[in-house]
Design a protein around this ligand. Structure first.
Ligand SMILES: Nc1nc2c(ncn2[C@@H]2O[C@H](COP(=O)(O)OP(=O)(O)OP(=O)(O)O)[C@@H](O)[C@H]2O)c(=O)[nH]1
Ligand SMILES: [Mg+2]
Ligand SMILES: [Zn+2]
Length: 356
């Protein structure tokens, strides 16, 4: 299934394999650029068009995580007039960026799908925080994407501060690429541009106000996204309210996101193991195979923390995220059980009523 227009949007043999089984003419495939409740903006082989979810698809989709999100490849049927498409299905995601939704501990919220690289953005100026950075890295790796760190607003701090922050990142055992830039002076933007490859998808995440939308506008060379107006009153307000996939002039795709304040990690997808590779590697030498690295004799991880080889803050963050993800797994299993129990209950009632 060769189609240069789709390939420019990230389409490849892997998706084509799925589409041949699940998406037959007159339907075709397209990529989700934006979602607004049941309306979607799609990018297809002949450009952008709108679509909505087919009633049957909505009816059969119980979990919110299975609804289309930005970056998804979907199967859509265009109306004869070619205007509004009807979405029939979502192709299996290659990667997914997800978080635990606020509120109910067991709800998974999709941020974006089929992202190649997650760019975790922090500002050098008042926003830099290692613990939060590690959370983002776990989240990125958990869904299978490659993470990268970007420090913005280098114009607001002394160069030595930036150097110290990068050193802190390295000292915590984080070995992903780290880029630094200023949207004001333009320093470092060329380096970022050198990283962005055509046909690949990059998702920018980070707190509100770190300059994600300003940067994407700079990459686009024009003001497409709304950014915060410089004034004291806008503090704490989120400027970007919608996720959006944008194709850059060089063919790379970027996804802008609203700022995230607090989010829960899921961790079940191996994000914690990958983000704490130094700890995982050490754990192989623990005396007990099921060592929890908290109090066991012969624990190689504890030894490395004591000797200073592993930063204690890094280790404590590891324990915290592990507990959090275990708790989530537990509550998710409980929720599933509750749903199952309820299903059985309904069945037995129906039986009693002679309906089954
Ligand atoms: N000094 C300085 N200011 C910047 C830089 N990048 C962005 N800003 C300013 O920071 C403010 C916030 O920028 P935005 O691009 O709206 O931030 P955002 O990350 O998109 O924020 P949300 O959409 O709320 O998540 C704006 O006033 C920008 O002009 C930078 O590199 N240096
Ligand atoms: Mg923004
Ligand atoms: Zn151990």
């Amino acid at each position: 299934m060769n189609n240069p227009n789709l390939e420019a949007l990230g389409w490849d043999a892997w998706f084509a394999g799925q589409a041949s089984a699940h998406c037959e003419p007159p339907s075709s495939v397209a990529r989700v650029a934006a979602v607004d409740r049941d309306q979607l903006l799609l990018l297809g082989e002949s450009g952008a068009f709108k679509a909505r979810l087919a009633g049957k698809f909505l009816h059969e989709t119980v979990s919110g995580a299975r609804l289309p999100c930005v970056g998804d490849w979907v199967c859509v049927e265009k109306s004869p007039a070619g205007q509004l498409g009807l979405l029939h299905g979502v192709l299996v995601r290659k990667t997914s960026l997800r978080r635990r939704a606020a509120g109910e501990a067991s709800d998974v919220q999709m941020i974006a799908a089929n992202v190649d690289v997650v760019i975790v953005v922090q500002s050098c100026h008042y926003d830099f925080n290692l613990n939060r950075l590690e959370r983002y890295l776990v989240m990125a790796r958990d869904g299978g994407a490659t993470p990268c760190v970007l420090l913005t607003k280098t114009d607001l701090v002394e160069p030595a501060v930036v150097v110290a922050q990068v050193a802190q990142i390295r000292k915590a055992g984080i070995d992903v690429p780290v880029l630094t830039l200023s949207n004001v002076t333009g320093d470092g933007i060329v380096d970022l541009q050198g990283v962005l490859e055509p046909g690949k998808t990059y998702c920018f995440v980070g707190s509100s106000g770190v300059g994600k939308s300003t940067l994407i506008n700079a990459l686009l060379g024009r003001e497409v996204l709304e950014t915060r107006v410089v004034s004291g009153t806008g503090e704490g307000r989120h400027t970007t309210v919608r996720r959006e996939l944008i194709v850059l002039p060089n063919g790379a795709m970027v996804i802008d996101n609203p700022g995230m304040r607090e989010f829960g990690v899921l961790g079940a997808g191996g994000g914690i193991e990958a983000s704490y590779a130094d700890i995982t590697a050490r754990a192989a030498e623990c005396h007990f195979r099921d060592c929890t690295h908290t109090s066991e004799p012969g624990c190689a991880v504890l030894q490395a923390v004591e000797s200073g080889e592993i930063e204690s803050e890094h280790y404590e963050n590891f324990l915290r995220l592990r507990t959090e993800s275990e708790y989530h797994e537990l509550s998710y299993a409980q929720k599933r059980q509750r749903d199952k129990d309820f299903g059985r209950f309904i069945k037995s009632v129906k039986k009693d009523l002679g309906e089954d």
